[in-house]
Design a protein around this ligand. Structure first.
Ligand SMILES: Nc1ncnc2c1ncn2[C@@H]1O[C@H](COP(=O)(O)OP(=O)(O)OP(=O)(O)O)[C@@H](O)[C@H]1O
Ligand SMILES: [Mg+2]
Length: 283
């Protein structure tokens, strides 16, 4: 029986100062996330993804309803430190989380705040920098780094803090394709090998397809959830929301419309290539 890491109960949230007639940023969200899950969070701009993620480390707290992390409500002041050490977040704009004068100090920040012994801090920081391939940046001022380098520094800081859940807000938006692949593979390895839960906001269907479950937000509501094979093949749903599926899924749909006898449910390049090869061999 999997253990529950995070649970929301009729979670609603309105930003202070929002006009009374404006819809709330989050409306009546009921969600349960088990320890070890890999979740992709999708939705149009403004649908509430960042607002929801911030509820999961108590940066924001419900206007009504509840959020429980590791069994504790985010409404309990006394649980905030534990909740924040369980669930660490990477922000959408990496400039918002630079705190150290050097990359090394920046990655060590959360550990120093928690009074981890210096030798242990040095070990964890060196390991996190090596994992992300940015050891050479250790002494560099982080504010001078490129956007993609800052995203890697942010992930290194998160990994060094050893949370049980990674909250990632469009973490690869500024990375080149090779950097994106390294980043995603690093996170997937942490999920697979250490059972670390991942909640990953992404506009990239190629990232969402790797998750165990995809959540779709629309105007602050949890519109749909399910495995990628169900959500990313629902082209009507995705189009209504202004989203798309993987490149292979989009191309397969176009080919089917043009009369190619391709089966439904194709999402990966390799699957599409195999189907097309077997079709060509038959004619
Ligand atoms: N600090 C704030 N004060 C008032 N309203 C806000 C604030 N931050 C966000 N909002 C509003 O809440 C809604 C949800 O915003 P949110 O940032 O969660 O969207 P998102 O799904 O993360 O979008 P994106 O894909 O563009 O990052 C939007 O309508 C936004 O204008
Ligand atoms: Mg956002």
């Amino acid at each position: 029986m999997p253990s529950v890491l995070l649970e929301t109960n009729k979670l609603s949230f309105a930003y202070p100062g929002q006009p009374e007639n404006a819809p709330p940023a989050l409306a009546e969200i009921d969600l349960r996330v088990d320890a070890g899950e890999y979740i992709a969070l999708m939705g149009a701009s403004g649908s509430g993804k960042t607002t929801l993620l911030k509820q999961f480390n108590a940066l924001l707290r419900p206007t009504s309803g509840e959020v429980h992390i590791g069994g504790a409500s985010t409404a309990e002041e006394g649980s905030l430190a534990r909740i924040r050490s369980l669930c660490g977040m990477i922000f959408q704009n990496p400039d918002n989380q630079i705190v150290g004068a050097t990359v090394e100090e920046d990655v060590a920040f959360a550990l120093e705040n928690r009074a981890v012994p210096p030798a242990e801090i040095r070990r964890r920081v060196a390991a996190a920098l090596a994992l992300l391939g940015i050891t050479h940046l250790a002494g560099f001022p982080p504010h001078l780094l490129s956007g993609g380098e800052k995203q890697k520094v942010a992930l290194a800081g998160l990994i060094a803090a050893e949370p049980r859940c990674l909250l990632l807000d469009e973490p690869t938006a500024m990375l080149d394709p090779a950097g994106q692949a390294v980043f995603v593979e690093t996170v997937r390895r942490l999920n697979r090998e250490q059972g670390i839960t991942v909640i990953h906001i992404t506009h990239f269907p190629e990232e969402a397809v790797l998750a165990g479950r995809v959540l779709v937000l629309d105007k602050g509501r949890l519109l749909k959830e399910g495995p990628p094979s169900e959500i990313l093949t629902d082209l009507a749903l995705l189009r209504t929301l202004g989203l798309r599926t993987t490149a292979a899924g989009e191309l397969a749909a176009l080919l089917r419309e043009d009369g190619f006898p391709l089966p439904g449910g194709i999402l990966h390049d390799q699957e599409l290539a195999e189907q097309l090869c077997s079709y060509v061999q038959k004619i």
